[in-house]
Ligand binder design. Structure first.
Ligand SMILES: Nc1ncnc2c1ncn2[C@@H]1O[C@H](COP(=O)(O)OP(=O)(O)OP(=O)(O)O)[C@@H](O)[C@H]1O
Ligand SMILES: [Mg+2]
Length: 258
């Protein structure tokens, strides 16, 4: 197998799959391994260990779509809105029009209020969760978003505690997002960071798609790789694609499967 920089080759973009009913991520390598982007209104888990780039990747996807005029929402439930924006700007100094996109409401950056409801936990589990669902609906309606990130699901898992309540709540979330018709990215913490130690939690079965970000050590150096585990309604690459974070955004390298 040959490693190819997808920015140069753009492999995997079969004509029949790339155009209709898909949301381009705007990241060439990711569009290549998903064979043209995410099927519209799919809900995609973006899972990975600490610091692997879940927040930056999903925020870059929103940024790329907002630049094309597609209204988007980023709901941060753990990090503050200010932190998310600050980290994005310092990592990607080239994306200097981010403030203008927020000003124009092409990107709604929200979550501080919802996060405090989740984190204080004074209400009953199910009441607090239904309040989160209604916040999501209100925020999505603010700019008629077509693309949504929830960062992260892990805090909701902690809030809901009980396994059955959590599972039912995730089904409710999935149904709500489908009804709203948004293409969604839901970040999730993973306890293990390598492919070998991977285990499957219920979210991987409930939602339409799963993208996993791995970290491993090769010759004393940490290397990152990203894999599409599943994507309902679409074929996709079966490979783990190395990636790096540059000041111009994510670079995802694809493996030639020819
Ligand atoms: N300028 C940069 N160049 C390259 N990599 C960077 C740069 N800035 C940050 N990073 C990498 O991005 C990581 C942080 O990304 P991000 O916050 O998206 O991770 P995360 O998976 O969301 O983390 P968490 O699990 O803590 O929420 C840092 O750990 C660092 O490795
Ligand atoms: Mg994060």
């Amino acid at each position: 197998m040959q490693l190819i920089n997808s920015e140069r080759k753009g492999i995997g973009m079969e004509g029949s799959e790339k155009s209709r009913g898909r949301l381009s991520t705007g990241i060439e390598g990711l569009d290549a391994i998903t064979y043209g982007g995410i099927p519209e209104s799919n809900q995609v888990i973006v899972a990975g260990g600490p610091g692997c780039g879940k927040t930056l990747l999903t925020f870059e996807i929103l940024y790329n779509n907002a630049k094309k005029g597609i209204p988007c929402t980023y709901l941060t439930l753990e990090e503050s809105q200010q932190n998310v924006l600050q980290n994005f700007k310092s990592t990607f100094p080239n994306f200097s029009d981010i403030d203008a996109l927020i000003e124009e409401k092409k990107i709604i950056l929200a979550g501080n209020e919802t996060a405090s409801k989740v984190q204080t936990g004074t209400d009953s589990q199910s009441y607090a969760f239904s309040s989160v669902l209604s916040d999501i609906e209100d925020i999505v309606h603010t700019n008629n978003s077509k693309c949504l990130v929830i960062d992260s699901l892990s805090i909701l898992k902690l809030m809901l505690g009980d396994v059955l309540v959590y599972r039912k709540s995730m089904f409710a979330l999935s149904l709500n997002l489908k009804r709203l018709g948004v293409t969604s990215f839901l970040t999730m913490e993973m306890q293990h960071t390598t492919r070998q130690a991977m285990s499957f939690s219920p979210e991987f079965f409930i939602f339409d798609g799963t993208i996993v970000m791995y970290q491993s050590i090769e010759e004393n150096k940490r290397v990152y790789g990203l894999e599409v585990l599943k994507m309902r309604g679409s074929n996709h690459s079966m490979s783990v694609s190395p990636y790096e974070i540059t000041d111009k955004g994510f670079r995802i390298f694809t493996i030639s499967e020819i």
